[in-house]
Design a protein around this ligand. Structure first.
Ligand SMILES: CC(C)(COP(=O)(O)OP(=O)(O)OC[C@H]1O[C@@H](n2cnc3c(N)ncnc32)[C@H](O)[C@@H]1OP(=O)(O)O)[C@@H](O)C(=O)NCCC(=O)NCCS
Length: 193
């Protein structure tokens, strides 16, 4: 029997002290587009679509709706979270034992709401969801090494830096720059609770 899509395995919405978290729907896309195309946000994101049509196309190509959660403060969508459950690397003979055990996480917040701990709060809940409800054993998050606010989120989530790539990532304005990968294992997370 195949595993149901990640978001179908969770009861939504989820609530934190200040926020509501739920899967993004097509109706959220104009708000997500508006935030992601702000210069200080698009600077660090994998893409900065020039038009709403290009954004929609890329969302479709990357199956993005099935991997995107939105954060709501009251009725306002203030940003989005990325959650993609994947298989762990495993040798062929044991690959079934590695199914759906890892997840990649990411985030993006309207600058008007930055500096209040909203992403740390929302991702804290998503990390718990991954480890307690989805059975994930390892989370990863990657970033340009110069993206200090994002690295700070990873540190606040208790993630550990695993790699520092030297001039391995091409930024559209900065050229070849360093990158990082942070990770968190379920037992590391448990020992921090
Ligand atoms: C990365 C990004 C989401 C970080 O936003 P942020 O607002 O700094 O992160 P948080 O919402 O977790 O808030 C943390 C900040 O609020 C402060 N804060 C205030 N109240 C807080 C609370 N209750 N809990 C935690 N932090 C709190 C923290 O001190 C921190 O500010 P500081 O960095 O000046 O010390 C944001 O910069 C962004 O969207 N950037 C563009 C997109 C991007 O880079 N995405 C990631 C690509 S890898």
């Amino acid at each position: 029997m195949s595993t149901p899509p990640t978001f179908d395995r969770v009861i939504w919405p989820r609530h934190t002290a200040r926020l509501t978290i739920r899967p993004a729907t097509a109706r959220d896309l104009p708000a997500v587009f508006a935030i992601r195309t702000l210069p200080q946000v698009g600077e660090w994101m994998p893409d900065r679509p020039a038009t709403y049509e290009a954004f929609l196309l890329r969302q479709g190509e990357h199956h993005a709706l099935g991997r995107t959660l939105v954060m709501e403060l009251g009725d306002e969508v203030i940003g989005d979270l990325y959650l993609h459950v994947t298989d762990a690397w495993a040798q062929n003979e044991v690959e079934d034992q590695g199914r759906a055990l890892q997840a990649e996480i990411g985030w993006c917040l309207d600058p008007a709401h930055q500096g209040h701990g909203y992403v740390t709060e929302a991702m804290g809940d998503v990390v718990r969801l991954c480890f307690e409800d989805l059975g994930v054993r390892r989370l990863t998050a990657s970033a340009f090494a110069g993206n200090s606010p994002s690295l700070a989120v990873m540190e606040r989530l208790g993630m550990r830096q695993e790699t520092h790539g030297v001039r391995d990532s091409l930024h559209r304005d900065l050229g070849w720059v360093d990158s990082t990968v942070h990770a968190l294992l379920v037992d590391e997370w448990r020992s921090q609770q």
